[in-house]
Design a protein around this ligand. Structure first.
Ligand SMILES: Nc1nc2c(ncn2[C@@H]2O[C@H](COP(=O)(O)OP(=O)(O)O)[C@@H](O)[C@H]2O)c(=O)[nH]1
Ligand SMILES: [Mg+2]
Length: 301
């Protein structure tokens, strides 16, 4: 939900969203400016080991961060109740940087009471130096002991499930904007005095071409099975302004297998037109001008 949340905070879809992992490849900032305050953020995954460079980069951006948001998908059974060792390692490496926990996708949780159990696990029962007062079965230890004793108990049980130094907790649904405004207000309040890094109208550090590539890539990830999207090479052949101010983009999608060509095009060309149409609409909403996007599928020789 990193891209979805970033887009909601920015008010514009500048990061591609898809069900598959690894959409946000390049190191791109989102920029939000309101009145005299500018927020600059970078969505990052450190859970997936697909790319070695992705492991090191977040540490690098952490060094310059004023605040870290740790996003947890609470609808995912395997990840909802603990922070990954990589995330915990990252947080412990920079204990001086304030951090907040963002529990996303609350719309998918049928039993909202579960959130209380999850928040206790994800924070080890401590938020902003205070013990959480959550009454639940699994956390009776927390309500009956002091946090110190509890820390001891948890050490004894070996596995650290959460981070006990979060400053604040947010429970939201990035997809429909539920409680996102609250988080935005909080972020604006946390901003530190300083020079703006970007012009007030800038939304992202990505170039327009990068945004376009990423939006198309997001659609490929969404609509093509398994590893197929990763085999597509994007090559922009034309990028120019038309007579009525519209942006004309022609992009070739190069693949090595005949079967991939067929998949990309779809029955009667349906898939490729759908991708072009949806990506074109997304780009129109980002660039605020008419977009003529043409996608050509080609077999790479
Ligand atoms: N139901 C629901 N789905 C969400 C929410 N936030 C994100 N998603 C979906 O989760 C998937 C991954 O989202 P994305 O923002 O691309 O995740 P990223 O890989 O971390 O950037 C997409 O299919 C989103 O539509 C949410 O709050 N509720
Ligand atoms: Mg993303």
């Amino acid at each position: 939900g990193k891209s979805t949340l970033s887009n909601k905070l920015l008010g514009r879809k500048v990061f591609p969203v898809s069900k598959k992992v690894h959409t946000t490849r390049c190191k791109a900032y989102g920029v939000f400016t309101e009145e005299d305050t500018q927020l600059v953020g970078i969505p990052y995954a450190i859970r997936h080991n697909l790319d070695k460079s992705l492991i090191h980069d977040p540490w690098d951006s952490m060094k310059h961060a004023d605040l870290v948001l740790v996003l947890v998908d609470v609808s995912e059974r395997w990840t909802q109740n603990h922070l990954s060792p990589q995330v915990l390692q990252c947080l412990s490496q920079f204990p001086q940087i304030p951090s907040v926990l963002v529990m996303n996708k609350v719309d998918l949780l049928k039993r909202k009471a579960l959130l209380l159990d999850l928040v206790t696990e994800l924070t080890e029962g401590i938020v902003n130096g205070k013990k959480l007062k959550v009454k639940s079965i699994i956390q009776t230890c927390l309500s009956e002991n002091t946090s110190k004793e509890c820390g001891y108990l948890q050490d004894a049980s070996e596995v650290q499930t959460g981070w006990p130094h979060f400053q604040e907790i947010f429970m939201l649904a990035a997809i429909n904007g539920e409680a996102v405004e609250t988080l935005k207000k909080y972020l604006l309040m946390q901003a530190k005095p300083g020079r703006w890094e970007y012009h007030s109208r800038v939304l992202t550090s990505q170039s327009p071409q990068e945004i376009c590539d990423n939006i198309i890539r997001g659609k490929l990830l969404e609509y093509l099975p398994q590893e197929v999207p990763y085999a597509v090479l994007q090559k922009t052949e034309m990028w120019e302004e038309g007579p009525s101010g519209e942006l004309i983009i022609l992009q070739n999608l190069l693949v090595q297998k005949e079967t991939h060509v067929k998949m990309l095009i779809g029955v009667g060309g349906q898939l490729i037109s759908r991708i072009a149409q949806e990506a074109g609409e997304d780009l129109m909403n980002i660039f605020l001008c008419d977009i003529h996007l043409k996608l050509c599928v080609k077999l790479k020789k």
